[in-house]
Design a protein around this ligand. Sequence first.
Ligand code: ADP
Ligand code: MG
Length: 445
Amino acid sequence: MDNNNLWQRVLEELRLSVSKPYYQTLFLQTTLISLENNVATVSCTNPYVQGMIENRYYSLLKSILDSQTKNNNSLVFVIKTITKQESKEIGPLFEKEAVRKPVFDTHTGLNPKYTFSSFVVGNSNNFAHAAAQAIIQNPGGAYNPFFIWGGVGVGKTHLMQAIGHAILEKNSDFKVLYTPSENFTNELVQALQDKNISVFKKRYRSIDVFLVDDIQFISGKEYSQEEFFHTFNALYMAGKQIVLTSDRPPSEITKVEERLISRFMGGLTVDIQAPDYETRLAILKAKRLEKNLTIDDAVLDIIAQNISSNTRELEGLLSQLVTQASSSHTELNTDFAKSFFGIQKQKTSKILQPKNVIAAVSRQFQIKTSDLTGVSRRAEFVFPRQIIMYLLRDELKIPLVKIGEMLGGRDHTTIIHGSEKIRQLFNNDASIKQQIMLIKQTLSE
Ligand code: ADP
Ligand code: MG
């Protein structure tokens, strides 16, 4: 099968798994330039598309390509915009394309980008980072399993893969395997169909470092859980390192057998928060270096101030900004960045989300969001949490039960009590009123 045909098939299959707009903007214009030594080189039209595909769809694309070729491949993305004129001139596309050669073992599933050298450490992730260092010194012996949880785009996958790279660097004969939990499930189903479950078992039980990403997706999949439980035990008993990530702590993963949850909690559980301003700025500087961009610190500062959610968005916006400036032939200066965010804001400010409210209160009181949404009843958390209750109830009109769920599974009577108390204070205490107005102001900015 030639590259064109193969890529058509991959895209056909991919189309079933991603939404139409994403499919059209991200994938439709990609091509497979080459597939050599199990390294697929794929062209994208611009850095934004490249970033999105690499960050969000790497494992999905890989698993489809692997199943089409019955091989274990890795993917490299290059940017190539072609004009009509060019395509006439070069004839067969991309012959002269200079390709970045990846230097990694195709059997590990690791993306060469995600190493410690490109990982910025700040307040939001320093504990997770320190624990990771201990694991590298002593795989299987320090913390096992190592369970990393946190919201979308905070760097879980990056950190997990960096652990894999670092262990491999020290022990080149180790078998490191990175797999999104969906891949584990898909391969299990395939093995059952092909009746070679023993090969599957052998493959997963001969690993030294097992990195399973987004384990929450195993929820509700009983057979996968059963098999995962046995794999986990076998590796654990043999002193092999297991690292898991999830978008929530183990105790909040639903529809997963109790015995498995208790295994997840048997080692060290850490969370990664959304990066604070300083970390955001440091990450942007690292990305500037990595992507070899010429952008002033002042522009990076504007981005860091305007994006507070997660690193993926930060990176995406950096790329968008660069692309927009270059496509409109404008200098990427602070004015351009400011007007760029002016537009962005109008678009997003209409939909105020609970997470924004929680983040705003967290900033105001300098308390971690996980503490505010957690179960602890420590006095210093109670008051800010009640402000959240009040804002979610009065401003966002969210049902009491929902608010209770968001705030550590609290009863609706607690929410009524908390929000009433703040409403009283708001009406009778000027300083508290001012404090709340301030929070509201940051929300409407
Ligand atoms: P998650 O798995 O938590 O959703 P990722 O690990 O995929 O997030 O990170 C999203 C993007 O942000 C990646 O491009 C990653 O390199 C980048 N990133 C996240 N955290 C950091 C960090 N601390 N330093 C540098 N880059 C980071
Ligand atoms: Mg991830």
